[in-house]
Ligand binder design. Sequence first.
Ligand SMILES: *[C@@H]1O[C@H](CO)[C@@H](O)[C@H](O)[C@H]1NC(C)=O
Ligand SMILES: *[C@@H]1O[C@H](CO)[C@@H](O)[C@H](O)[C@H]1NC(C)=O
Ligand SMILES: *[C@@H]1O[C@H](CO)[C@@H](O)[C@H](O)[C@H]1NC(C)=O
Ligand SMILES: *[C@@H]1O[C@H](CO)[C@@H](O)[C@H](O)[C@H]1NC(C)=O
Ligand SMILES: *[C@@H]1O[C@H](CO)[C@@H](O)[C@H](O)[C@H]1NC(C)=O
Length: 447
Amino acid sequence: MKFLLGELCLCLVVTLSLSLPRPRTKISSGADSPEPTIPGSPDRCDGLGFDAAVLDEVGTPLYFRDAFVWKGFHGTAKLINSTWPQLPSHLDAAFRMHHSNDPAHHDRTFFFKGNQVWQYHGSTLEGTFLIRDKFPGIPDNLDGAIGCFQGDCVKDSVLFSKGDTMYVLDLSVKTVKERSWQGLRGCSALMQWVDRYYCFKGINFTRFNPSSGEVPAGYPKDARDYFFKCEGRGHWSGNTTTDRNIFNICSNVSFDEFDEDELGRMYAFRSNWYFRLDAKQRGWHPWPLSSAWPSLHGKINGVFSWNNNMYFIQGSQLYIYKAEARYTLIEGYPKPVRDELGISSSDVDATFICPGTSELYIIMGNHMQMVNLQHSPRVLGNGIRIGHSKVDGAMCNGQGIFVFVGTQYYRYNSTSELSSWKNTPAPRSIKQDFLHCPHQVPASHHH
Ligand SMILES: *[C@@H]1O[C@H](CO)[C@@H](O)[C@H](O)[C@H]1NC(C)=O
Ligand SMILES: *[C@@H]1O[C@H](CO)[C@@H](O)[C@H](O)[C@H]1NC(C)=O
Ligand SMILES: *[C@@H]1O[C@H](CO)[C@@H](O)[C@H](O)[C@H]1NC(C)=O
Ligand SMILES: *[C@@H]1O[C@H](CO)[C@@H](O)[C@H](O)[C@H]1NC(C)=O
Ligand SMILES: *[C@@H]1O[C@H](CO)[C@@H](O)[C@H](O)[C@H]1NC(C)=O
């Protein structure tokens, strides 16, 4: 879902607030252990789609069908009423509100069925209303609903789909506009994922622009290849072991680089793919680089974020993207790394820059060199020896400097600590601390 990757509104906030204190601890240990299946519960991979979808407060997608809800990309269905006791089954639609200047509605989830709407704060019911009272101008018996906040739409708004019509509620002036967007007729559910908007028609989905209704080429696609983990499916499900190991975030394949941008988005890069690591939105699947960074294809050598831009070194080329809600390639790029940074890039193993500084560190073999990005022309400083001979990636954030080697990483408090390499810190597990991979337990351990 990177093509999927949405929930900018809610999630940007979640991202900013949740992503700062880090490194995170491991996920709840039960995450990947087999769960009991409730008799009569549906199979998310059966191709019948779902009634409604919404992201929870930490950005996990929830998919509702009949009396059941699937939480996240895989796992068995739970009864809706075990989390939301007052909700009926067969919901029509659901969305999450982000409205910081309206505390009574901020961060609430609204569930729709028939002519009613249920307002929840977490799992606490705050009220049941008639749709016509709570959202004047919005019809009953909706098909889908989604919020569009904080710059994704010009005005904070909520989109409701019913039949061939999209009802766009402007939250500031409380007006409703009806749209009949080609390609978005008959959306049975609407959902966001990281910063993209999706219309589902049964199991098929289409990405769309929430302001213009435009649908990019290449849709519809099947949700089972993107939103659900289904046996033998998925655009990541290559048919060689190599492919599978690249696509499996928890495999032992090393990463090419790591980066956290200034909006708190953290990424791991591997081959032509990236994984999102922050704010519990990581999902479990990779996305092609070009789906987030247009024109970027293939393995990268270095990545760093500076001055609201994200920089990629790939081979001899430097790509610079403006880092806003989305990433846009700055005009004129890529350009030769040699001209831009004064380095011949073929040797670059990793790059990092610490927040609030303009000192870019470039790791090549067991040497590290510094370029001050504020100086012009940019001059590569003298090499400093480091205590690692082969580094895959490096990253610096408020928690320190992280040097990634294979499946392990080393944390340093400062560049001087990194250069006084006689004190190489103890290696730690990338999988455990960054990727939330389940601990490997012997199969016999499970009941
Ligand atoms: C929850 O929903 C299921 C399925 O509709 C129903 O059988 C069960 O009685 C409900 N439980 C409660 C506590 O309402
Ligand atoms: C989903 O898409 C496939 C092919 O793109 C099509 O054959 C199928 O009818 C679609 N299903 C629905 C429910 O729209
Ligand atoms: C398996 O690999 C072949 C050749 O690379 C490719 O054409 C085919 O689409 C792949 N199958 C799947 C399921 O990815
Ligand atoms: C990764 O390597 C470790 C240690 O060599 C091994 O125990 C584990 O099974 C490997 N995991 C995978 C997914 O290959
Ligand atoms: C790095 O910082 C941590 C916590 O701030 C501290 O416990 C540790 O001793 C420091 N390491 C070194 C080598 O100074």
